[in-house]
Write a protein that binds this ligand. Sequence first.
Ligand code: DX5
Ligand code: ZN
Length: 311
Amino acid sequence: MGNTAVSRRPPVFGCRTDAYSRARLVADGSYTSRRQATPPTLPTLTKTSITPVSIAYAIASIIPRIFPTTAPPKEPLVLDLTQPPSHPLVAASILSADFGTMADECRDVLDKGADLLHIDVMDGHFVGNLTMGQDMIAGIRRHCPDACLDVHLMVERPEDYIGSFAKAGANVFSFHLEVCHDGGRTTRPTAESIAKQVRDSGMLAGMVINPPTRPDALGPLLDAGLLDLALVMSVNPGRSGQSFMPEVLEKTRWLRDRAPASTRVEMDGGVNLNTVDQAVAAGADVLVTASALFGSDDRRAVIEAMQNARR
Ligand code: DX5
Ligand code: ZN
């Protein structure tokens, strides 16, 4: 069930900057957009540089390219988030994983069908908790080269992390409206400018709103096609294991109606087997789950039940 939204596509090269290129994953553990792809360069020799040493160097550097000793990288796995999925996608939030065995925990939920890994970054200011950053993202990317990494930044200055998170291998970069100019902080950059920087870096741009925040400010960004994902918090951010807040369902419906079909609507907080139907009925098509998944004895059953929820 978990693989129905994942399709294998041949590598595509070029310089288009559509959302598919931003979500492209490379299975050797690196992440690049098509715009960033550069052809390999071979050493060049000029008349003045031809010496026995330079010839030996040139031969030594060319031979491994002609007779590679390692297997070529696997075909990239692509999770296309720009299309309405055939079933709700499950984003496993590693905040409730065992941090002592994080790599194995990530592999386990992916093998059991999770569609994305949700990584909660907290800076101790926007929320009181401190969690993980670029090194954790890079480590997970190395261990799970085929995973779609959905990063949720609960931080005061998300723009400071765009470059390093893109380099670490993040696919989706979601930041809070509440820290933007449009969210009421007049000395801050606008949500629009941050979203554009995120896309320019090769990631998908997501925006998050807290339970008390009205969704209106997202309207113009959605209309302009600047958001790949709108994330509705269904708990106050900061920790896992809290109770679902049904009062956010109304604005979820509003967002689903307003957003283009290419924009995903994600729900985060208190999503479990008792609340998943309400979330999906309101239009959520990406479901974040931490405690209900990692705390279960049957993780595969939890993932499949959520993927089977219907509007
Ligand atoms: C909360 C985080 C959530 C959290 C969800 O601030 O953003 O992703 O991990 O945890 P559960 O699913 O347990 O409510
Ligand atoms: Zn989250």
